[in-house]
Design a protein around this ligand. Sequence first.
Ligand code: SAM
Length: 367
Amino acid sequence: MAESELTAKDDLREEVRRRYAEAAKSSGATPRSSGTTPDTESSSCCGERSVAGSAGVFGATLYGEGERTEAALGASLGCGNPTAVADLHEGEIVLDLGSGAGGDVLLSARRVGPSGRVYGLDMTDEMLALARANAADAGLGNVEFLKGEIEDIPLAEGSVDVVISNCVINLSGDKPTVLREAFRVLRPGGRFAVSDVIADEDMDEATRSDMAQWTGCIAGALTAREFREGLAAAGFEEIELTESHRVHASAASAIVRARRPETLGDPPLACSLSGDAMADRLAELGALFRQSLLGADRDGATLSLQLRDSPEVEERLARLVELERACCPFLEIELERRGGCLQLRIEAPAGAEAVIDGFAELASTRP
Ligand SMILES: C[S@@+](CC[C@H](N)C(=O)[O-])C[C@H]1O[C@@H](n2cnc3c(N)ncnc32)[C@H](O)[C@@H]1O
């Protein structure tokens, strides 16, 4: 990955961390043991600039009567109620991505009972401290808060039954990695049940580039189409996305559900690369396309690319083709010299069309 890209992602993450550390401090003095109600209005971040007239915390009202204490206890900064749709069962293992003050972790812990376990993952120390204090107050022994990033989940492959999250994925600067990580930690057949903000396709550039709108959960939101494509590219199936309510002039809150297949295809229909390796590969392909791509044609799940014929391009392309065949063995990739240029043909089987979408998008960024 280019150094400037890495710095931009790091800067973004630091800005998000700073904002949520502030949010934790402004509500964090009030875990339940203090006997006061958390000041959700002043501590809200997601939704601070949401639809005019909303109370700022644009998901808290979606919790049922019996759940409100827990939701308020967690000073919810979410945009929905993922626990309401996750259909949790006794004994299940749940992971909450970006658990904040822990409201959804505590609700889930009651649902899975003492034979289950709920992990809350968050990168912000102040939020983790608040969540741990709230869990201690609630007297729940089946919860654990982990420090870490949702782009690099500190849990083993196939170790959880359900991944939930409430208004956090939109904050990440690397959403494909988050979705691949969620897929990795889920057991085969495991469920993904998330509330998140979904951007309208026509969200304007001024909103998109406003950092306050990013840390406020709006500017970084995927569109519904991008969310579906990202989940499919990560290997998920049974993808459902349902808008629940508007949270901004150009964005809505949505419930997103998907499942890790019971058995992986043979070969699996998702790229085996993850994290930085995937980002490096995309950067390398993007650079080659920008320098030497002459044309691109898409026909369903087949993409044909024409590249300038030179020994240097051929060598780089041949190397990348070998690497792609190794990480995406389900793709049919042919490289040949035809019509005075190098012709690259990539075909995906049914169910892996999103991989072709990714290549086509890379090809569309050429000057
Ligand atoms: C909008 S708040 C939502 C908190 C909680 N889910 C809720 O509903 O109240 C976002 C939370 O995600 C955490 N977060 C944001 N980006 C993260 C990342 N990349 N890795 C881990 N935690 C992250 C923040 O520290 C913050 O606690």
